[in-house]
Write a protein that binds this ligand. Structure first.
Ligand code: SF4
Length: 849
């Protein structure tokens, strides 16, 4: 119309199939026909849910809800193709038949019109205006026959024949990057409309969104605008409504009120910006305290029982805030209720919690809120098949609905559309890019419906049921893309998720994949390229003057400073610590404390190796058990009621086992006597002292000393010659124990036995404990060198040296990537995996007191 020079024209009456059916029903009602109420989409889904659960009763089906959509789809296929199921020849078909029967029967009982079949509406369908169909290529012959009998005809197709080219890429990231660049290059022209089809858009959404934002929305990013309305592209389909933060916080409130919340949900609520009724600082304090305490439950009664502790340990502000939260969510009436009543209660709870917060919502957030309100309205409108629901049932249904609804905030009329649909685009575009067409995807493999007999599907000519059908449809679609656009680009990537692949044989010949990763745009790289060159600046501020000349942090300070100066500064001076994550069972920290205390108690009684050897095995075991019992008792006294008895019994058995391994190891080494256990020692450096705690010091046969540090878990190598000692605690202990120190060792206590890592003045102090080689600095020189190294770490810390200078692998286990802004490329090269466990034995975490 624009091309023809028109400014205004009549709106075409374009309707989806469903909307057209509804309009026909409205027209029939206006004529006074007695028409039963038609199920709403939500009621229909709930009806199918009930039917599927009923049909799966007695079967070993793990997730019946996962069958709801397949069952509906199979029922629609039956209708569209006019198929009849003669009998059930397998368990799937039989389950499907039962579900369909139940659905139909319930619709009859409730006197409502089913939604699944257009054929149910036939008595009321009386088209008056001529029908023109577009995008109906996949419908079955039954529907097609009815439509053509009623004068429907296909919309005239665009008949262009654009050029086509194939582009091979190395990775999906490169594919997204090249498509985004191509779109950006096309947008220079007036009124351009481009379509990008990405079959796996749901999985690769972040890759495509990122590439297109960086290419098309860079200006918006730098202006600080963050609204889809201003965007240069739109994604069709959207993501689950429940995944939006605003909705997640509302669902969190409702879950907490219903008693169905997980700790993670409670924690997210406490950190949410969308609850305006509560003191935000108090919320954050409470979240941190709950995490530190290892609270994992999130029921209202559990939180109520914690109130005295919150008041005493966390503070009155947090206690007041928690009381308000409990009041907001404790409903005077929590009995089973109808959906409409639940919707009212939820609206009250959300209001009491101040959802959605006090700040003005952005345009996108307002749309999300509106969609959530509509969802609550849909839920409230449900009258069948459910009547009254418990709190948990009602919440679970709403949650499922929010996860099923795909939503994307509306955009203005944008020039680029990204879609996952491998379908006829219907309208013309100035350019079309179809991505992800590797041989395993295009043509799609045969996908017969799993709930209908295969021969029935093949006999009915359902395209998806056979490879031939899929192949023919793919070729047809390729032709349509070329007809709708003067330029059509097909692309595929050589390696997807590390699996090498080929391009589809249906595509026109194209280029071989290139490794152009270096040419791809990366915002981080771009930003670092724009960074000004750094200038040297002399920091003339005074060094840190610790109170009373003592630095807090002990050997942890030395370790962090050695691993990365920035990390030491951030953690110990800025307190940039990670949040604790409550874990099931005993935390590694508590486990370490119990082990250390039990060993202390044990060695205070058993003072020499001779006494250990003289004690009968049963007595040694009894002493170990008594020590562990006392250590656990002391730990429980500090946090009463936190652990179950059975958990503590398991912990006791485990700790006794570790101690038995240690006793065996102690009996096999040369003679010793205990000199000190768990001794606090202040060690002075120039400028400051550090408080250290030595686990144990033994006096050896020749009167010299062996310093022992215990750890449970994976053994890490000890590099005594490193320029920056990665484990400076051993050198620090060696120096703190005094001039007679002859060896220092970390004993790793694990399920398999004891492993030792350290250094001695000469070999034979302990089996397999190394000593300096003849060509290396001797023990005394080594001590001297350690003293200098530790002094320089202390100096760095006092000076405030916060350089980003990580030791190899230090970043892998550090939580400060965002704060230190380490080069993203360097970090990626480390293949950082936050879940990875450090050490030689991945089964156990490293633990120290
Ligand atoms: S991520 Fe690496 S560079 Fe950054 S603070 Fe941690 S260890 Fe240092």
């Amino acid at each position: 119309m624009l091309r023809d020079g028109l400014q205004v024209w009549g709106s075409p009456d374009v309707l989806s199939w469903e909307a057209w059916l509804e309009r026909q029903l409205d027209a029939a009602r206006e004529q006074g026909l007695p028409i039963p109420r038609r199920l709403t989409p939500t009621e229909d889904w709930l009806m199918w849910q009930e039917a599927v659960h009923e049909a799966c009763r007695g079967l070993d089906v793990l997730m019946p809800d996962g069958l709801i959509d397949p069952v509906r789809r199979a029922a629609e296929l039956l209708d569209d193709y006019g198929l009849r199921l003669a009998g059930a020849n397998n368990a799937e078909v039989s389950m499907f038949q039962r579900a369909l029967r139940h659905y139909r029967q319930r619709c009859e009982e409730l006197n409502v019109m089913a939604r699944v079949s257009w054929r149910d509406l036939l008595p009321y369908l009386r088209p008056t205006a001529p029908l023109m169909l577009a995008g109906f290529a996949g419908i079955g012959p039954q529907r097609w026959r009815w439509l053509s009998d009623h004068g429907a005809r296909l919309a005239p197709q665009l008949s262009g024949s654009g050029s086509a080219e194939t582009i091979a890429c190395s990775t999906p990231e490169e594919e997204a990057e090249r498509a985004a660049r191509w779109c950006a290059s096309q947008l220079g022209r007036e009124q351009v409309r481009l379509l990008v089809v990405v079959p796996r858009l749901a999985e690769q959404r972040h890759v495509w969104e990122r590439a297109f934002s960086q290419q098309l929305n860079a200006a918006l990013i730098f202006e600080g605008r963050d609204s889809s309305a201003d965007s240069g592209f739109a994604l069709e389909g959207g993501r689950p409504l429940a995944s939006y933060r605003l909705v997640a916080s509302a669902l969190g409130v409702l879950a907490l009120g219903a008693g169905a919340a997980r700790f993670e949900q409670l924690s997210e609520l406490l950190r949410s910006a969308y609850l305006g009724a509560f003191d935000r600082d108090a919320c954050l304090q409470l979240d941190r305290a709950l995490r530190d305490r290892g609270v994992r439950v999130a029921t209202l009664s559990a939180l109520r029982s914690l109130l005295p502790w919150v008041s005493a340990e966390v503070g009155e502000r947090a206690a007041t805030m928690l009381t308000q939260l409990l009041q907001a969510l404790t409903s005077p009436d929590s009995s089973d209720a109808t959906p409409v009543r639940w919707a009212q209660r939820w609206a009250d709870q959300l209001e009491q919690c101040g959802w959605p917060g006090e700040r003005t919502l952005s345009g996108d957030e307002q749309q999300v809120r509106q969609r959530f309100d509509e969802l609550l309205g849909d839920f409230a409108a449900v009258t069948v098949p459910i009547r009254r629901l418990s709190a948990v049932e009602a919440y679970e249904r709403l949650r499922l609905m929010a996860e099923r609804v795909a939503f994307e905030p509306a955009t203005d009329d944008v020039p680029v559309t990204l879609s996952a649909r491998l379908e006829d685009p219907i309208v013309g575009y100035d350019g079309v890019w179809i991505a992800g067409l590797s041989a395993d995807v295009w043509p799609p493999p045969a996908r017969p419906d799993p709930l209908l007999p295969l021969p029935l599907q093949l006999g009915a000519g359902i395209d998806e049921a056979s490879a031939e059908g899929q192949g023919a449809r793919a070729l047809q679609l390729q032709q349509r893309w070329q007809q709708t656009s003067p330029l059509c680009i097909f692309s595929w990537s050589h390696a997807d998720e590390g699996t090498p692949g080929d391009g589809s044989p249906l595509l026109p010949p194209g280029s071989a994949p290139t490794d152009s990763s270096g040419a791809m745009l990366s915002l981080e790289r771009w930003l670092s390229a724009q960074a000004p060159s750094l200038q040297i600046w002399a920091d003339r501020t005074q060094p840190l003057q610790p109170p009373e000349g003592v630095l807090k942090g002990g050997t942890h300070l030395l370790e962090l400073q050695s691993q990365c100066p920035f990390r030491a500064f951030a953690e110990l001076r800025l307190h940039a610590l990670p949040l604790e994550s409550p874990q099931p069972g005993v935390s590694p920290r508590l486990r370490g404390m119990i082990l250390h205390r039990a060993l202390e108690l044990f060695w205070r009684q058993m003072e020499t190796q001779a006494a250990l050897a003289a004690a009968a095995p049963s007595l040694r075991q009894q002493r170990a058990r008594d020590s562990v019992t006392q250590a656990i008792g002391e730990a429980l006294a500090r946090e009463p009621g936190r652990f179950s008895e059975s958990l503590m019994q398991r912990e006791q058995a485990r700790t006794v086992m570790l101690m038995e391994h240690l006793m065996k190891w102690e009996l096999d080494r040369p003679v010793f006597r205990i000199d000190r256990v768990e001794v606090a020692q202040r060690h002075g450096f120039t400028g400051a002292a550090l408080d250290l705690r030595l686990d144990r010091v033994d006096e050896l046969e020749d009167g010299r000393l062996l310093v022992i540090d215990y750890k449970s878990g994976a053994a890490a190598p000890f590099d005594a010659l490193a320029l920056r000692p990665p484990q400076p605690q051993l050198p620090a202990y060696a120096l703190a124990a005094g001039e007679d120190t002859a060896a220092v060792v970390t004993l790793y206590l694990g399920r398999e036995g004891v492993k030792s890592r350290g250094l001695a003045d000469r070999s034979g102090r302990i089996a397999r404990l190394p000593a300096p080689k003849p060509d290396e600095p001797c023990w005394n020189e080594r001590l001297q060198r350690w003293r200098q190294q530790l002094q320089s770490l202390v100096d760095e810390f006092l000076r405030g040296d916060a350089a980003i200078r990580p030791q190899p692998d230090a970043c892998k286990f550090c939580h400060l990537h965002l704060l230190c802004r380490i080069d993203a490329a360097a970090l990626a090269a480390l293949d950082t995996d936050p879940d990875a466990v450090q050490g030689e034995d991945p089964e156990e975490e490293e633990v120290d007191e």
